[in-house]
Design a protein around this ligand. Structure first.
Ligand SMILES: NC(=O)c1ccc[n+]([C@@H]2O[C@H](COP(=O)([O-])OP(=O)(O)OC[C@H]3O[C@@H](n4cnc5c(N)ncnc54)[C@H](OP(=O)(O)O)[C@@H]3O)[C@@H](O)[C@H]2O)c1
Length: 324
């Protein structure tokens, strides 16, 4: 009984309460608008999960600014339809779709390998794809779905593309890794002794853990890049509450209410993309945590020991070596 409360009901209550607070704050803020951004001609960007939702709007805007954008996604039809729509809107747009399933280590390796073989630079990597409140399940490699897709898959993708990011960053124009996290990270807890939620599964806690893991990864990666003198910035972003299909796994009565509320009060996907694009394109991006269109003055405080532990556990789970 106590364990059902602690591991089931409590994380759900905390997440819905946080959602309510975030929505209130969002309503009191001015609507977000994308500021004028510099042209991105000659730049190459990868956006995971760019076939719909926030990711689609990020791809659309990057392409409009002249970047060559690759959508990495698992649904080919959705991805190709997104490419078609963007190219119909802007005949000059350079957008393509490549298959990437973040729930499969093999697929991530294949995506990264085929990208590297093209000898393109990589200026912007947007780790956007995500799942929320999915029923208990495992990736092809045995990891809990939120942890595996939202965090570990992006960790591996970034790791495999890191050399390319390092060589593409220029003085005054560093390459970017933008991790699309969420305010839900603030109530997350990283349970290193049960990272795959094998003992107690709560979809709510698993989502929050994955979003906290992304923020922690982002911060650690940024510090590593600065220490090594590499021109790569890594930041984490909260897009706000955005009306997308992410909420499709909510409990049916809640989903019905959420649909109405979302239509009236949530950000549109285009508004949700504003903070992601600001982090990806602002000339003064120096890592950190971004929300409501700008870099927050105070980034979430971390236990550096936990950050390092999570990094090392992730390397182990993926069979990676630091000197690779
Ligand atoms: N919407 C919000 O209120 C909100 C708030 C905070 C943070 N976020 C974050 O924003 C990001 C984008 O979410 P969204 O709101 O735009 O949701 P969305 O419309 O559901 O988009 C999620 C994208 O991720 C892709 N994806 C899911 N699993 C994948 C996998 N295994 N491999 C590759 N791609 C996969 C989906 O593609 P498929 O068609 O293949 O499923 C879809 O393109 C997420 O990281 C989310 O956590 C959203």
């Amino acid at each position: 009984m106590w364990s059902a409360l602690r591991f089931g009901l409590l994380p759900a209550l905390k997440l819905y309460l946080l959602g309510f607070k975030v929505l209130l704050a969002q309503l009191l803020n001015k609507p977000l608008r994308l500021p004028v951004m510099p042209r991105q001609n000659g730049k190459v960007a990868i956006v995971t999960g760019g076939g719909r939702g926030i990711g689609y709007e990020v791809v659309r805007q990057l392409a409009r600014l002249g970047a060559h954008v690759i959508i990495g996604g698992r649904d080919e039809q959705e991805g190709l339809a997104a490419v078609r729509r963007i190219c119909e809107e802007d005949k000059e747009a350079k957008v393509e779709f490549r298959k990437l399933d973040l729930a499969s280590v093999l697929s991530i390796h294949q995506f990264a390998q085929s990208f590297k073989e093209r000898n393109l630079p990589l200026n912007i990597l947007v780790n956007n794809a995500g799942v929320m409140l999915v029923p208990e399940g495992r990736t092809g490699d045995g990891h809990e779905l939120h942890f595996g897709v939202n965090y570990l898959g992006h960790f591996l993708l970034t790791w495999l593309l890191l050399d390319l990011l390092k060589s593409s960053g220029e003085h005054g124009d560093a390459a970017r890794v933008v991790n699309v996290s969420s305010s839900a990270h603030s109530i997350g807890e990283i349970r290193l002794n049960d990272i795959n939620s094998s003992y107690h599964y709560s979809a709510h806690a698993a989502y929050c853990q994955s979003k906290l893991a992304q923020v922690s990864f982002s911060s650690h990666l940024h510090q590593e890049m600065q220490r090594g003198g590499f021109r790569v910035n890594s930041c984490a972003v909260d897009p706000g509450m955005v009306n997308t299909a992410l909420y499709c796994h909510l409990w049916t009565p809640l989903r019905m209410a959420q649909r109405v509320i979302a239509r009236l009060f949530f950000r549109t996907p285009a508004e949700g993309a504003v903070t992601v694009l600001s982090a990806a394109l602002s000339q003064d991006c120096k890592g950190g945590y971004w929300s409501n269109g700008h870099r927050e003055m105070t980034s979430p405080a971390f236990d550096p020991g936990l950050e390092l532990n999570l990094w090392e556990v992730s390397m182990q789970l993926l069979g990676l070596q630091s000197d690779q």
